[in-house]
Design a protein around this ligand. Sequence first.
Ligand code: ADP
Ligand code: MG
Length: 381
Amino acid sequence: MTQLEKVHAQFIAEFGEAPSFIVRAPGRVNLIGEHTDYNDGFVFPLAIDRAAWIALRPRADATVCAISLDMDDRRQFALDDLRRPAELKWIDYLTGVAWALAERGYALRGWEGVLAGDVPIGSGLSSSAALELAAARAFHCVSGFEWDAAAIALACQAAENEWLGVKCGIMDQMISAAGVQNRALLIDCRSLETDAAPLPDESAVVILDTGTRRGLVDSAYNERREQCEAAARHFAVKALRDIDSPSFAARAHELDALSRKRARHVITENDRTLRARDAMNADDAALLGQLMIESHISLRDDFEVSSPALDAIVDCANADEACYGARMTGAGFGGCAVALVNAEGARSFVERVSACYIAATGNQPALYVTRACRGAETVFP
Ligand code: ADP
Ligand code: MG
């Protein structure tokens, strides 16, 4: 049963009639451009074929009532009495989106519905952004406000930052809102301008979940952000985005060794990400793969956010004949890597890399071939 069929059938079982709307919003994987979003830089994710789904109908009162099939839980809240959570639960993602939209002047109406998803939770594919965008789309359906992908993404990011207390850049919400089928999306995280580029012909994107989860990620993430901000202050620019590689090379010696490495990652990564667009437009899978390999080395050695498990799975992938290039993806310290592979060899790549990784680490990985899908949308009616 697909997620669509599941929320549709469960909605009928719960409410005794067909839903008025079914919405979906995808998770994402970032091909290249890591730890650049909060430096006002460039990222290059794609929306994946895994998503959060909600089947719903409007309510006459200002109440939201949601049933999570994955959590086997039912919760409700009043739109005129939103409470900030003491301890995060799934419903707080919905409350947070309601709060952020209302703060921005959207007039919200109540709804009730059934929610399910197949973005793995906590593996770095952003099940949280998928849930936020699906919730925003549900509010859009019943409230009738205009859907501007960038504005909605900003509201959902605010929900995550200010309501849920999770620091994150704009990438996850933006790609879940604005993903394009069969395209990766270059996002300028300062202007929120996007440029959709086709993945190379005959290539496939494989997600490689190490099966390890991020520990200590929040404090390390905050530390990296602060180091980047300090380096930007040193160069008297708004963000590291404002320094190109040649000017950095000329002045890098002014920074202490650690700050230099951190800044060098961000500045060279922005460069690689823009070159990745050229590689895609030239249908050059080999060059795109090479840029991904260089990105991993920079994340591992300069930004120091990889882990032994991520390095092991990336090494297995890069040693494989079907692979153009692989790198860790997401915040790091565990979670997933991403590989660009030859489409024909993708199935056997998955088998060989799984075996290689198990032999190297003893961990059980999960590898899946994915494809680029559309961002948040109403699929029914
Ligand atoms: P991720 O890296 O997947 O975004 P987060 O910790 O940021 O991990 O967000 C995961 C949280 O989002 C879950 O703990 C849960 O509260 C919520 N969530 C995500 N997907 C679902 C879902 N399908 N059903 C209910 N809650 C979900
Ligand atoms: Mg998240």
